[in-house]
Design a protein around this ligand. Structure first.
Ligand code: PSU
Ligand code: MN
Length: 306
């Protein structure tokens, strides 16, 4: 048997009743993802957006060596603190060696959500194929996790410090349907379009639920991309300079492996202090709003098939 998370009582009740549930990752809310106090604001606004949409939020994390799906508000302060980054492959290690706080990435969150029977997951941006991956081989485990858990991942695309064309190619190779929420372009996190067309545009949550229900492989997920809200988007040209500088710093500092993404995120945050953090919070909240709608549609369609 693979990992069995401890599911919070409210989440378990919702699942047993066939209700709508949205899983959330914890890396974005830890200091690895966003600086304080914005990370706490992000967590509060994300969980509120899920609830306002009629779904129950299920925050995933490893706390005191226990894999969890659904973390109580009393524990949120800890979630917003320092953490060890836990990808899917780290979950077993985090449990076996009793990590105090393993903040789940997209891949780990999908594994825990799937194990708990949750069909919808919301995040900020996914990891992808890194620039220079043809040499370093650095491809986020997020991509294969999306391809191997039957869960809808709702995201604002991926940050432009990644190689977005190759990220889309990888998702195609892995058999993942990539959808654009009322939008024709693959979003680039802080900006609404990467300039790359999204393979399929969808207009409704019911359509997304139907794509999941009719997936070609039992173990395959769906990627739903939602562009950052108009008013919150940043200037693409300015951002590009910051991204290039951040990547140069990472290389000069010999940062590799799992440390690359948090390092680059930190540099982008520092270089764009005032603007990137509110943009990040706003897109995370917007994704949660859409994810709640999708979770309601998934629950309704599962109910009618019962
Ligand atoms: N991109 C962001 N913010 C984040 C992450 C990515 O804009 O917080 C985090 C997510 O948890 C994602 C992880 O799953 O980084 C990917 O890390 P890596 O590139 O090491 O696979
Ligand atoms: Mn990596």
């Amino acid at each position: 048997m693979p990992i069995t998370p401890v599911v919070d009582a409210e989440v378990a009740r919702a699942l047993a009743a066939g209700g709508a549930v949205v899983a959330l990752e914890s890396t974005i809310f830890s200091t690895l993802g966003l600086p304080g106090p914005a990370n706490r604001e992000a967590l509060d606004r994300c969980t509120a957006a899920v609830r306002a949409g009629g779904a129950v939020p299920a925050l995933t994390a490893v706390v005191d060596g226990v894999p969890r799906v659904g973390v109580r508000p009393e524990e949120h302060e800890r979630i917003c603190g320092p953490a060890r980054k836990a990808a899917e492959r780290d979950l077993g290690v985090a449990v076996a060696t009793g990590w105090e706080y393993g903040a789940t990435t997209v891949s780990a969150s999908l594994a825990l959500a799937h194990a708990a029977g949750i069909g919808v997951f919301s995040t900020g941006g996914i990891g992808g194929v890194h620039r220079g991956a043809e040499v370093t081989g650095d491809v986020s485990a997020d991509l294969d996790a999306i391809a191997h858990h039957p869960v809808v991942t709702v995201c604002a695309g991926a940050k432009a410090f990644l190689d977005l064309p190759r990220t889309l190619e990888h998702l195609e190779m892995a058999g993942v349907p990539v959808l654009g929420w009322r939008h024709d372009w693959f979003p680039a996190f802080y900006t609404r379009s990467s300039g790359l067309p999204v393979p399929h545009r969808v207009e409704t949550a019911e359509a997304v639920a139907s794509v999941l229900a009719h997936r070609a492989r039992a173990d395959c997920g769906v990627l739903l991309t939602v562009p950052i809200p108009e008013g919150a988007a940043l200037d693409a040209a300015e951002l590009d300079e910051v991204l290039v500088a951040a990547l140069g710093d990472a290389e000069a500092s010999s940062i590799t492996g799992a440390a690359v993404t948090p390092f680059v995120l930190g540099r982008i945050g520092a270089a764009t202090a005032g603007s990137s953090v509110p943009a990040n919070v706003s897109l995370a909240e917007s994704n949660c709003r859409v994810a709640a709608e999708v979770a309601v549609a998934v629950a309704t369609s599962a109910g009618s098939r019962r």
